[in-house]
Design a binder for this molecule. Structure first.
Ligand code: NAD
Length: 263
């Protein structure tokens, strides 16, 4: 681990090598891409996901690529499960340096057809889980005076017809990010957000060819994003050297944030 001592005897990392990174929703899609990128940077990984089978497949794949990876079956919207996962990880790895709040669900429904249960579920998984996971790891990060939290938002926070719950959850991710950044600014912890555009994941693959084509047409760069595109932005925020950047939102969307939100 590349570490150097500071005057208060707290070990401050100088690179990602050897740091412990939690990636929620790390079993598939963007989360798996982020896990791979952080592993290539030398992080020791903990993947938290509630999809057991996908977790096992991710563990096998990443291990075969040389990653140091632990997997935990966790529903990140459960305080008890998240606290138990933090305790287990600290028992085995002693520190948590990076938290990537990536787990999320889609939520396409017009408000006129949406009931409270649907709204609440989207908010709970996409927003409240980020609060739960951050709150669970922050005391340990504050004690080490080092931490990186990266919240995955979405370009959809700008507003999309038929995505009120999803957009609202992702808009609140931006507010949560900015508020946490301020609260922990003097503790060596940065909190930033990444807003993907359209990314090729298992979710995207379930769309019809027509829908995929029409979405493709809305991307100024004329290509659908890959998990690795998002992962590179996450790695940038996770780097110890990015220590003077906090509370920021970085779009990774091929220029889509520059065009009309209602597409
Ligand atoms: P995905 O469905 O492919 O993967 C999400 C992962 O999160 C899955 O492995 C799932 O099991 C896990 N997960 C969901 N809810 C969970 C919970 N409560 N507890 C634990 N694990 C849970 O999705 P994706 O496309 O890779 O999306 C990842 C993130 O990126 C989400 O936050 C999503 O909103 C955001 N995003 C995706 C896109 C896109 O085009 N794919 C665009 C913008 C933002």
């Amino acid at each position: 681990m590349a570490l150097s001592m500071n005057p208060t005897d707290i070990i401050t990392p100088t690179s990602l090598h050897g740091l412990v990174a939690v990636v929620t929703g790390g079993a598939k899609g963007i989360g798996l891409g982020i896990a791979r990128e952080l592993a290539q940077a030398g992080c020791r990984l903990a993947l938290w996901d509630f999809d057991d089978a996908a977790l096992e497949e991710a563990r096998r794949t990443l291990s075969s690529e040389g990653a140091d990876v632990s997997t935990f079956k966790v529903d990140v919207s459960s305080v008890d499960q998240v606290e138990a996962a933090v305790a287990r990880l600290l028992a085995s790895h002693e520190r948590i340096d990076v938290l990537v709040n990536n787990a999320g669900i889609g939520g396409d429904k017009l408000v006129s057809k949406m009931d409270l249960a649907f709204w609440s579920r989207v908010i709970e998984i996409n927003l409240t889980s980020q609060f739960i996971c951050a709150k669970a790891v922050l005391p340990q990060m504050a004690q080490n005076r080092f931490g990186r939290i990266i919240n995955i938002g979405s370009r959809a926070w700008l507003g999309n017809r038929g995505q009120a719950a999803y957009s609202a959850s992702k808009g609140a991710v931006v507010s949560l990010t900015r508020s946490l950044a301020l609260e922990y600014a003097r503790k060596g912890i940065t909190v930033n957000a990444v807003a993907p555009g359209i990314v090729e994941t298992p979710l995207f693959a379930t769309l019809t060819e027509d829908v995929r084509q029409s979405l493709h047409k809305t991307v100024p760069m004329d290509r659908i994003g890959q998990p690795q595109d998002i992962a590179r932005a996450v790695r940038f925020f996770a780097e110890p050297g990015s220590s003077y950047i906090t509370g920021q939102l970085l779009y990774v969307c091929g220029g889509r944030s520059l065009s009309s939100p209602s597409v």
